[in-house]
Ligand binder design. Structure first.
Ligand code: AKB
Length: 320
């Protein structure tokens, strides 16, 4: 990777990935893009372009202008929003993906796009979900993710595009908030724990989902993209995970730092149904064997770091 073009760069992953890539590969070698522009580090620290990924020419023109050799396509709607706006989700998630893949084919770029645990469904084995298994999701997001995985494999097999991907679990970070996901509760809870000492969860107790702290997610993307191609038996997309918990366990971990923290429940039937259609925990052996993936953060370590960093962030906002 020398010149990397990132779409959806102002989202939850992009906001941190772009800065990490710029540290590693040089500030001018990472071209960030999004449909909007904000007053942020991503926009000010290196090249930034406004790009709507449903506009194939716009993607092509930017990729050509900067002579990029890698595309990281992040622009997408998450599960809960996709369920509310299924047609928009199809058009953005699938339209954007095929546009970006076409540019990768034409300009011979390496290609990354994230899949998700949302690519599994109610008939998938729920525990220790294998890498290769039944994928019959019942959400629009899941349909997009399965189709996306297949499309990326197709571009590799048919056109030789070096496509690679991971199935991300819920991602937890103190930098940029997620938006419109089912796993977002696991981020919101930290904000509310610090701000008010209590949280009302829209996900029911006893609902287990895979999760990962953002530093491990960034490490996974970079390690996979740098991995020796000959070692990869799978490509789109690898199961990866760092931990699996239900809301009570997360609350208990927070209580070790904020003893009076309380959680109660007001379950959202839409997001709960999505969560219940996903695995309890997935098996990431293929990622470990084929490119050495290993997470650094478990629930205890993540919670300590998250509460420290988020407290500092919220405090400095108050002071401003
Ligand atoms: C979501 O909840 O939609 C995402 C995901 C697991 O893909 N965080």
């Amino acid at each position: 990777m020398k010149k990397i073009f990132v779409t959806g760069a102002l989202g939850q992953i992009g906001s941190e990935l772009v800065m990490k890539l710029r540290d590693i590969y040089g500030y001018d070698n990472v071209i960030a893009s999004d449909i909007r522009k904000t007053d942020s580090d991503v926009v000010h620290s290196g090249p930034f372009e406004m790009v709507d990924v449903t506009d194939s020419k716009a993607i092509f023109d930017i990729a050509k202008k900067y002579e990029v050799d890698t595309i990281m396509h992040l622009a997408a709607l998450l599960s809960a929003t996709a369920e509310k706006k299924p047609l928009l989700a199809w058009n953005l998630n699938m339209g954007g993906l095929i546009n970006a893949l076409e540019v990768a084919r034409e300009l011979k770029c390496q290609f990354f796009t994230p899949s998700s645990i949302g690519a599994f469904g109610p008939t998938t084995p729920k525990n220790n979900t294998p890498q290769d298994t039944i994928q019959r999701p019942t959400t629009m997001y899941g349909v997009n993710k399965v189709a996306g995985e297949l499309l990326c494999d197709y571009y590799y097999e048919k056109f030789g595009v070096d496509t690679r991907g991971v199935r991300f679990p819920g991602l937890i970070s103190y930098v940029a908030p997620p938006g419109g996901g089912t796993t977002d509760y696991a981020v919101e809870i930290y904000y509310e724990a610090i701000k008010s000492g209590k949280y009302t969860s829209y996900i029911a107790p006893d609902t287990y989902m895979d999760m990962m702290y953002m530093p491990d997610a960034l490490k996974a993307i970079i390690t996979l993209m740098e991995a020796d191609s000959s070692r990869l038996k799978h490509r789109n997309a690898f199961n990866i995970t760092a931990m699996s918990f239900e809301p009570e366990e997360l609350a208990a971990a927070i209580r070790k730092h904020i003893p009076d923290f309380t959680i109660d429940y007001d379950v959202d039937p839409v997001r709960q149904a999505i969560a219940e259609s996903w695995p309890n925990f997935i098996d990431a052996t293929a990622a470990k064997e084929e490119w050495g993936f290993e997470a650094d953060y478990d629930l205890v370590r993540m919670t300590k770091d998250m509460l420290e960093k988020l407290s500092q962030k919220l405090l400095s906002k108050e002071i401003q």
